[in-house]
Write a protein that binds this ligand. Structure first.
Ligand code: PMP
Length: 420
């Protein structure tokens, strides 16, 4: 049994009824699609339930209009729905209100927004940005390049042999020169769940801000910005049952208030003359131009779906599958798993099979209709440190089952025989 009703949940996801194995040149219906899809690539993107698609259809068929500007009824309806989506996100992560929620394209854009709107103005020579060795490129490359522009330095908190942060090293690095600590909450490669509340305390003690990369945590566990005392938090809708093209940046109101806009244009201004302009209230100051309206409405529906299940239960299901997968894969001497033990990780397992390249392995797994990720998972420096150019990652979500993990193990067996 499971903490959640997986069988009922699967009914809401038409794609999970798909078979694969055919010709990829005819998407959705390869001529020889015979094998039931085993979708274990949820850390890359999750599948979308009918309820979310329906909310988008309802918008396009019922009240498609631009927001903020219109007096006519459709525009008002769209505006209300779009604004309520901000309220829903705020409520979901324990923010004060919509002022603290900026819709972005994804986690990456939220990072860049803060790097440019805050970092470009606030960082200079002598300032330090502290990251971790397990950061996703979304934060690693963004702060690295911003440091180059501003003369600030970037330091990385060490990852130990078990895939955890060296908190003594963190304490040493987060010093008086530190202005920003940007840390991934749940690592998309190691599965490590980082103690972001402790890191927030360390950052605040020296007057620095903490930016929590919630791309893998917000979809899979309860996250409350008050509990972890995050100054910024970012996540992507497409990893939590929502559509692509929508993500959110949370920022404490007083910090966002003090920040300059990132993008200029329509919808973010209050008064414009030929000489100057003033800005709209939060969060609209950071949402220039026509936003992703349908996607915001879809994100609202996705959060409703997750909340109906309960994030505690979502987390319990993730942990159950992570531990099961870890235990199954640990049975084999030729499989190296990266990151902490199975009973202490988020819902993903990255590994290598002997000297088989991850791309070759996942290509064989694909023959068995098992969809996993192969590559560096946007953590190239971490993979260099692990001494592996790439890894294969299986990642789980609310609709996955133990049987699907068994199918993964069976497919690996097949690959093992082939490569022997
Ligand atoms: N951070 C982490 C930890 C992630 O897993 C991802 C997605 N792989 C991102 C950031 C970037 O998310 P997006 O591509 O939606 O911007």
């Amino acid at each position: 049994s499971y903490p959640i009703d997986v069988a009922a949940i699967r009914e809401d996801f038409p794609v999970l009824g798909r078979k694969v194995g055919g010709d990829v040149s005819t998407p959705g219906e390869g001529p020889e699609d015979t094998e039931p899809l085993v979708y274990l690539d949820n850390a890359a993107t999750s599948q979308t339930p009918k309820q979310v698609v329906d909310s988008i259809v309802d918008y396009y068929y019922g009240y498609n209009a631009n927001v903020h500007r219109g007096i006519h009824q459709l525009s008002q309806e769209a505006s209300v729905a779009y604004e309520e989506a901000h309220d829903r996100v705020a409520d979901f992560i324990g923010a004060e209100g919509r002022e603290e929620i900026v819709f972005t394209k994804n986690t990456t854009e939220a990072m860049n927004l803060v790097a440019y709107a805050w970092g470009l103005n606030e960082l200079g020579p002598g300032d330090r940005v502290v990251l971790t060795e397990m950061e996703h490129h979304a934060s690693l490359v963004t702060w690295q390049q911003l440091a180059k522009k501003t003369g600030a330095e970037v330091k990385y908190i060490r990852v130990d042999d078990e895939g955890r942060l060296d908190m003594e090293h963190a304490k040493a690095l987060i010093d008086e020169s530190t202005k920003m600590v940007s840390v991934v909450h749940v690592s998309n490669t190691l599965g490590t769940v980082n103690p972001v509340d402790e890191l927030a305390d360390m950052a605040h003690e020296v007057g620095a801000y903490i930016f929590v990369d919630g791309a893998q945590s917000v979809p899979t566990r309860p996250v409350d910005v008050g509990d972890i005392d995050a100054d910024f938090l970012a996540f992507s809708g497409h990893k939590m049952l929502g559509p692509t093209g929508i993500g959110a940046l949370y920022g404490k109101e007083h910090i966002l208030e003090a920040m300059e806009p990132y993008l200029y244009g329509g919808d973010m201004i209050r008064k414009v003359t030929y000489e100057d302009a003033t800005w709209e209230d939060l969060p609209w100051k950071f949402e220039a131009g026509t936003p992703n309206i349908a996607q915001g409405i879809g994100l609202h529906a996705a959060i409703d779906y997750l909340d109906d299940i309960g994030m505690d239960k979502v987390q319990a299901h993730e942990e159950l599958l992570a531990e099961y997968a870890y235990d199954q894969l640990s049975e084999f001497d030729d499989i190296e798993i990266y990151g902490p033990p199975g009973d202490d990780r988020g819902g993903l397992v990255a590994f290598n099979l002997g000297s088989v390249h991850a791309h070759d392995l996942s290509s064989i797994l694909n023959d068995y209709a098992v969809a996993v990720r192969a590559g560096d998972h946007c953590t190239q420096p971490l993979h260099d440190k692990l001494g592996a150019p790439a890894s294969t990652r299986a990642s789980f979500y609310i609709y996955n089952t133990r049987e699907e993990i068994d199918a993964l193990v069976e497919a690996i067996d097949g690959a093992r025989e082939l490569f022997a």
